[in-house]
Write a protein that binds this ligand. Structure first.
Ligand SMILES: [Zn+2]
Length: 169
């Protein structure tokens, strides 16, 4: 695994998305980037995501170190896997959502966010990443990509305070 960008199509959306995140929060997550087929590289034992059975091959996602048991111990880093590029997956919205997973892990999986939309309700981890994305979009009122994460209600106040605090602490 390495941190080289072999497919530069991802760069504009990542740069725009990560640029929306307050620097104190951005600095909390240290992670590796992997581009390519995650199954071929041995990152996953199975192909389907837990949430909705999309293939890891074609879905950007985050691997926790404990997920990477097919890799040498020294390579078991928190990893952002960029795969399945299209206009939506390469959007700032998806970059911010995936950063939410990196932030969640980097803060010890210590905050249980309220699921504010259907996708967020699929798991504790998706609740966190979706709440983080919603919080970023509240602060940066930009157009959303057409996607399944339509805003279906406001962010829970306790989550707003939690992310506000991370941004200054
Ligand atoms: Zn997610």
């Amino acid at each position: 695994m390495n941190n080289r960008f072999t497919d530069r199509r991802w760069v504009p959306g990542l740069a725009a998305g990560l640029g929306l995140i307050p620097p104190p929060i951005r600095a909390r997550a240290r992670f590796a980037v992997f581009q390519g087929d995650p199954l071929f590289a041995g990152l996953h034992a199975s192909e389907a995501t837990e949430e909705d059975q999309r293939s890891y091959r074609v879905t950007p996602h985050v691997c926790y170190p404990s997920h990477l048991n097919g890799r040498p111990r020294a390579e078991r880093l928190l990893t952002l896997v960029l795969t399945g590029f299209d206009d939506y997956h390469g959007s700032p919205f998806v970059a911010v959502h995936e950063f939410g997973h990196l932030l969640d892990y980097s803060t010890g999986l210590s905050h249980a966010a309220v699921a504010y939309c259907d996708y967020a309700a699929t798991s504790r981890d998706e609740a966190y990443a979706s709440a983080f994305t919603q919080w970023v979009w509240e602060r940066n009122p930009l157009p959303r990509a057409a996607d399944q994460w339509q805003d279906s209600g406001g962010l829970d106040q306790s989550d707003r305070w939690y992310f506000d605090w991370l941004a200054v602490a």
